[in-house]
Structures are given as structure tokens and as C-alpha cells.
Design a protein around this ligand. Structure first.
Ligand code: HSE
Length: 311
């Protein structure tokens, strides 16, 4: 393969992680999106797509998360290089696993590489965020940042943007369970409360601080006690059939904590061993089935690697 064509893999991510609404996210090993990018002679972006539920994804560059992110990057570099891009969706859209974020990240990383890396990795983030607005009403970084950088990421500030990687304990495992059901990201955003009571904000701040300290000190009891969300979960759980029983099944099987991944309907759980992670996945799948929903589970260590150029 020549230097004008390459493939990039960007992983799925779990955003919010309960108490970190819009400001914490982590990367998982799979599923992932793979983009093949090639420089073309004429300006403009030509997008094609394949993979899970990809028929629902617009291919006009401005309306596509990868396309919009790449256009943002090219505009800021004042370049009009054209690209042919094939998007292979491994992450189903509308799953709550950062599907649009992964495509945006892979697109931006690939184009930056093909242009000879004019931007540093941390400078790419704002363009990935701009891409996300093709499918979500607001810019948030808690999916794109961990997909781009790997690991568990804190968005300390949006204005100015400040992103920090947190400690990832060696034995911290993630299980995500995707029910065969879609939640529209815009709908899940629009049902959020516009304001929150001061008491809830105080509790959420305490939990977020406890969560970060739990990671730093590798104190999984503290981590679990802190995984409570008073902002999004109380309203979003109503969009997920069987939420309470699936969450309870995860906790009964040894999960440190369990909650909604991003805007749902995927649920995530954290645990401290591979055996627990797999057992938790099976119990959650069974609990969804009791509510009439098929689902599939992915268990792995937290992925600490950034988006990857494959060849
Ligand atoms: N933090 C965002 C939200 C992630 O919960 O709306 C969406 O995937």
C-alpha cells in the first residue's frame, strides 16, 4: 500500500461513566470502526459505508460525523485536498457506544497522517468534536477524547478545552451489553433537565471526585460507591426496557458499578477480573432476554491505546 492510502481503527467508548456526565469517558478494545482513506486528485470528500446499521448514516460530508470532522480539520489548515473514504461500521449507530465519535476520530487521524501530520494529537480533538455535531445537538468530548487518546479521560474544562488522562488500574475490566434496540442520541439529549437542584449538584460533585480518587488509589469500593448519576440516568433509564433488572443482575454478579453507556441503550459495568467481567455480561444478557430483548456483551480490560493506524 502506498503512502496515499491507509486504514485507521478507532474504538467504541463508554461516556459519562455514571457520575461524570459529559466529562468522563473510557475506551474499550472492541467493537471499533475502521476507515480506509485515500487522497484523490480532486477536492472534496467521497464517502462510502458498510457494516452494521450503516444504511441509516448520511453520506453527504457535512451531515456525516467523519466528513464533518475532516472538513473542520481541512478548513483550519486551509487545505482543499480531496479524499475517498470508506467507513466500515463495527459500532452500531444509536447504541450509546460512541459510534459517531469513533468515525470522526478515525477520519481526522487518517487525514492528518496522509497530510504528513501537520497537527499534534491533542490539536485533533476539537475537529473530532466538530464532527460529532453532525449527529448530536451539542459538542461534547467524552466519547471522542477516549477514542482518540485511549484510557480513561477527564474533560476538566470545555472552555478552554482541557483533557486529562486518568489512572487506569491494571485489573479494571469493562463489560458493555448492547440490546437489540436503538435510542436516538438527540432524543436522549433533549429529555435531559435544563437545570439541576443544588443538592444534586453537590452529590454529583462528591461522587465525581470520589470516582477519580478511586481510580488513582485503585480503591474499587470507593469507585463503586461513587458510580451514581443524578443528572441523566433518572430520565434516560425510562428509555431502556429492563434497565433496573439488568443493572441489578450486573451488581449481583460482582460488578463494581453499572450504568448507562453514553445516551444508551447500552449498559456498562466495571469489574476487577476477567472472570467477573464475563459472568456479568452473561447475567446482563439473560436479564435483557427476560424483558424480551436480545443483546450481546463485550468484555475487556479498559483499552489504554490511542486510535491506531493499521497500515
Ligand atoms: N455525554 C453524552 C451524553 C454522550 O450523555 O449525552 C452521548 O453519547
Amino acid at each position: 500500500m502506498g503512502d496515499k492510502r491507509l486504514k485507521v481503527r478507532a474504538t467504541a467508548t463508554v461516556a459519562n461513566v455514571s457520575c461524570g456526565f459529559d466529562c468522563i469517558g473510557y475506551s474499550i478494545g472492541s467493537p471499533a470502526d475502521i476507515l480506509t482513506l485515500e487522497i484523490q486528485d480532486k477536492p472534496g470528500l467521497e464517502l462510502t459505508i458498510s457494516g452494521e446499521k450503516s444504511g441509516t448514516i448520511p453520506l453527504e460530508a457535512e451531515d456525516n460525523t467523519a466528513g464533518k470532522a475532516i472538513l473542520s480539520l481541512l478548513n483550519s489548515l486551509d487545505r482543499d485536498t480531496g479524499f475517498r473514504i470508506h467507513i466500515e461500521k463495527g459500532i452500531p449507530p444509536g447504541s450509546g457506544l460512541g459510534s459517531s465519535a469513533a468515525s470522526a476520530v478515525a477520519g481526522v487521524v487518517g487525514v492528518n497522517e496522509l497530510l504528513g501530520n501537520p497537527m499534534e494529537e491533542d490539536e485533533l480533538l476539537v475537529h473530532c468534536m466538530a464532527g460529532e455535531t453532525a449527529s448530536a445537538p451539542t459538542e461534547h468530548a467524552d466519547n471522542v477524547a477516549p477514542s482518540l487518546l485511549g484510557g480513561i479521560v477527564l474533560i476538566r474544562s470545555y472552555e478552554p478545552l482541557e483533557v486529562l488522562k486518568l489512572n487506569v488500574p491494571d485489573n479494571l475490566y469493562s463489560t458493555v451489553v448492547l440490546p437489540d434496540y436503538s435510542v436516538n442520541t438527540r432524543d436522549a439529549r433533549n429529555i435531559l433537565p435544563k437545570t439541576v437542584p443544588l443538592k444534586s449538584a453537590i452529590t454529583q460533585s462528591g461522587n465525581l471526585a470520589g470516582f477519580i480518587l478511586g481510580l488513582e488509589n485503585e480503591d474499587f469500593d470507593l469507585l463503586g460507591r461513587s458510580m451514581v448519576d443524578l443528572f441523566a440516568e433518572p430520565v434516560r433509564k425510562k428509555l431502556i426496557p429492563g434497565f433496573e433488572s439488568v443493572r441489578q443482575a450486573a451488581l449481583d454478579s460482582g460488578a463494581i458499578g453499572c450504568g448507562i453507556s453514553g445516551s444508551g441503550p447500552t449498559l456498562f459495568a466495571l469489574s476487577s477480573s476477567e472472570e467477573d467481567a464475563s459472568k456479568i455480561g452473561k447475567s446482563m444478557v439473560e436479564a435483557f432476554l427476560k424483558k424480551g430483548l436480545k443483546s450481546r456483551a463485550y468484555s475487556s480490560l479498559i483499552n489504554n491505546q490511542p486510535a491506531k493506524i493499521l497500515d
